[in-house]
Design a protein around this ligand. Structure first.
Ligand code: KG4
Ligand code: ZN
Length: 345
């Protein structure tokens, strides 16, 4: 069963073709270099960029999948897939609309079934569905979401808790910005933390205890980080955040990055450990952009051992393989192309 996945919810335009368990192609046109100079995703520019590259990205995914049409026209190639899966929620409105209109047009003109998929839930499918054993717990940690799911099957799941404010990826991005490190912040913090000398006995940042143990508040962590950085830079809470980086040595930045990373990893894994005790799942999945973090992967491995399933690094961050896999695993529930809606939040 060949499925074309399309992803355009944030700053990656991606298309992939899978055939059952096999990945036939996985194309990702990243906009990171474009947004870097703004220190974050610039929504209007992101939308224009999606519009510019979405058709060539899909065509490339079809060509690389070596689908055999009568010719290599877009239509001939696309007709070889049995379904088109599109991430129609949540995300930035521009990218969502461009992805949805593209998928809908292809599906309608060529008569291919369309499946609308939730991007956050689809992150779980960075892991191959046939490797999953239910019941399982999944923590999705991305730039926009921090959510713990409990899954009984591919279609029966509930959200145990999510963030009340910032997502953990967003907190990584903000912490990096305070330290003057480049966007995206996750990899920058991770690199700086790895360079921290002898930082093994750090004082973790304080984080709030919430009533629901599966909820998060990363805005609180960000503020605690800002205070620690202001202190180290010799100021107090009035010091503007954009002045901090210049007042810190590289070593101080590395120490701060290390402290932030340890604190964020601890918050995430505390919640997951609690959920593991309460629900005794067969498996635990951690996915989404922040699941590319080496320290998180390492600590989760120590805590959960064989129970832990992690996606390949390339399928942790945004991609379209996960969109196609999620649609297929759910049994390709059809969406009428004319009824396709997008939901930013
Ligand atoms: O899932 P994703 O690719 O896109 C969204 O759906 O948002 O996640 C992007 C987020 C960014 O906040 C980025 O800083 C973070 O994932 N990220 C990381 C790492 N690589 C990407 N965070 C921590 N460590 C990393 N190595
Ligand atoms: Zn994502």
């Amino acid at each position: 069963m060949k499925v074309l996945g399309i992803e355009s919810t944030c700053d990656e335009t991606a298309a992939a073709v899978i055939d059952g368990e096999q990945i036939l192609s996985n194309v990702i046109a990243s906009q990171i270099d474009i947004h870097k100079e703004f220190g974050g995703v610039f929504p209007e520019i992101a939308a224009r960029e999606h519009l510019r590259v979405i058709l060539p990205t899909i065509k490339l995914a079809l060509v690389q999948a070596k689908l055999e049409g009568e010719s290599e026209t877009f239509a001939d190639l696309a007709r070889q897939v049995e379904a088109i899966a599109i991430a129609n929620r949540p995300g930035l409105i521009g990218g969502l609309m461009i992805g949805a209109m593209t998928a809908r047009t292809i599906a309608e003109t060529l008569g291919i079934p369309l499946v609308a998929v939730d991007h956050v839930y689809a992150h779980i499918y960075g892991v191959e569905p046939s490797a999953m054993r239910f019941p399982l717990l999944a923590l999705v940690v991305s730039g926009g979401h921090t959510t713990i799911y409990s899954l009984k099957s591919h279609t029966e799941y509930e959200i145990l808790g999510e963030t009340r404010d910032d997502a953990v990826g967003e907190a990584f991005d903000k912490a990096a910005k305070i330290l003057g490190l480049p966007y995206p912040g996750g990899p920058s913090i991770s690199k700086a933390a790895a360079a921290a000398l002898g930082a093994h006995d750090v004082q973790l940042l304080p984080f709030p205890k919430l009533d629901n143990p599966y909820e998060f508040s990363f805005s609180g962590l960000k503020t605690a980080f800002l205070r620690r950085a202001q202190e180290l830079a010799g100021g107090d809470f009035r010091m503007p955040s954009e002045e901090i980086a210049d007042l810190l040595s590289d070593d101080q930045k590395n120490q701060l990055a290390y402290t932030f990373q340890e604190s964020a990893v601890k918050i995430l894994l505390n919640a997951l450990e609690k959920a593991d005790q309460e629900f005794s799942p067969q498996q635990i999945i951690i996915s989404g952009g922040v699941a590319a973090n080496g320290r998180l992967r390492e600590r989760a491995g120590e805590l959960f051992g064989d129970k832990l399933l992690l996606p390949d690094l390339s399928l942790s961050t945004d991609n379209a393989v996960m969109i196609a896999r999620a649609a297929l695993a759910m049994g390709l529930p059809k969406t009428d192309p004319r009824e396709l809606r997008v939901t930013p939040n």
